[in-house]
Design a binder for this molecule. Structure first.
Ligand code: NIG
Ligand code: FE
Length: 411
């Protein structure tokens, strides 16, 4: 089955050979072809070029992209999209003066979501999550990472991961799953963190691995949650099952978790709203991708990850949504890209690199996703008619995504 896109105003992120990730000053460059065509065959990108060189291609299904920009579908490398219910009451509590941390200390926050999820059937959880996934697909997301961490019992953690895996089977989106048992200390383990860590390491990890429910392991390394030592223990244990780390770190405090992640060859370290020079040094020379989550900063009114500083230090940067019911009830990558430009001072080129190829890297998907390259998955966004790609982050409140092709098919 072939589909031909013609008269594309500008085709973005075009590479004969795609790099695995883009770092530092190179992030300012975005290779493009103006007045282009793109040929899709089955679920893959077959070929592309300039309109003037398009010869004798007889393809029954043609999409005229006059005035439109075509780019790789977004790669969202950090979400908690599988969750039950919402937490808008806590949102109102925050408006009325309570802090995110104060709400968590009162038993709200992650524990509130865990209680809801434990009482939700697997089927219901699947349906709630599927409708979120459908929404983000329409907004242009073509690959997504989903974490557990709202279960906090062995059964509920496995339930979350089974739901995420089932979404991956039923939808034309690449889904990578992450086991985040150490997201918060459950009430039953209050004053007995070691007991919970034992359960994570001796009961949850082996079951997750046995059922092949996750590729990655995560820990919320933060004051009041899990320490750098706890993180070290979990990552060491997870290594026995070949689970690669992607960790929540430096959201509110810099504890040295970034260096710990790098020591364990973490694929990514995520959040980084608070960053020290030592953290930057730890990342330099490593293969670990720093991931910024600007929608979380926006929603919680906390500092934005100093993305400029990271890029100017020669590092790569990925952008993701952090879609979850507490700190970021939005899975909109278009808003993430715009906010990175508006609040973190990334250029449109840097933000698009961060949300495509670097996001793919942070999910181990650079070989198949994140750029317009022959042989990669045909996952593309066709925009509405817009003046230039800079207009995407500029017109931040508009939905400029017109069509989305995933695995070569219009959704
Ligand atoms: O990435 N920071 C830790 N976990 C999530 C939010 C958890 C919640 O509030 O439900 C995050 O922001
Ligand atoms: Fe998160």
């Amino acid at each position: 089955m072939k589909v031909l896109l013609t008269n594309i105003k500008e085709l973005l992120q075009v590479w004969e050979d795609s790099p695995a990730k883009i770092s530092g000053a190179a992030m300012k460059e975005l290779p493009t072809i103006k007045n282009a065509w793109l040929l899709v065959e089955d679920d893959r990108i077959a070929d592309f070029g300039k309109m003037e060189n398009l010869t004798e291609l007889q393809v029954p299904e043609t999409i005229d992209c006059t005035g439109r920009i075509v780019l790789p579908a977004w790669c969202d490398s950090h979400t908690h999209l599988v969750y039950a219910g919402n937490r808008e009451q806590e949102f109102v509590d925050r408006i009325n003066g309570l802090s995110y941390q104060e709400i968590a200390e009162k038993g709200g926050g992650i524990l509130n979501s865990a209680k809801k999820l434990q009482n939700t059937s697997e089927e219901d959880l699947y349906h709630q999550s599927a409708s979120r996934l459908e929404e983000v697909m329409r907004l242009g997301t073509g690959a997504i990472e989903i974490k557990s961490g709202y279960g906090l019992t062995t059964e509920a953690e496995l339930k979350m991961l089974r739901v995420a895996k089932k979404l991956g089977k039923n939808y034309p989106v690449a889904i990578k799953t992450t086991f985040l048992g150490a997201h918060a200390l459950p009430v039953e383990f209050k004053g007995n963190k070691e007991g919970y860590l034992d359960m994570v390491c001796n009961e949850m990890l082996p079951k997750v691995a046995k059922d092949r429910l996750a590729e990655y392991v995560d820990v919320f390394c933060e004051e009041g949650y899990f320490s750098v030592e706890d993180t070290d223990r979990i990552l060491s244990e997870a290594k026995k099952y070949s689970l690669i780390p992607k960790i929540h770190v430096n959201q509110f405090t810099a504890l040295g978790g970034i260096a710990m992640g790098v020591k364990h060859h973490a694929l990514s370290v995520d959040h980084l709203e608070v960053l020290t020079d030592d953290d930057i040094k730890a990342l330099q020379g490593s293969d670990t991708m720093p991931v910024a989550l600007p929608s979380c900063s926006y929603f919680l009114s906390i500092p934005y990850t100093p993305g400029r500083q990271l890029i100017d230090a020669g590092l790569p940067l990925a952008l993701a949504t952090d879609y979850n019911p507490g700190s970021t009830p939005s899975g909109n990558m278009n808003f993430v890209v715009a906010t990175a430009c508006i609040k973190m001072k990334l250029t449109p080129e840097e933000a698009i690199n961060a949300a495509t190829i670097n996001g793919a890297y942070a999910m181990g998907l650079s070989e198949t996703h994140g750029s317009i390259t022959k042989g990669k998955k045909a996952n593309v966004i066709i925009t509405k008619e817009i003046p230039s790609y800079g207009y995407l982050p500029y017109a931040f409140g508009s939905n400029l995504v017109d069509k989305v092709l995933l695995n070569g098919k219009l959704i």
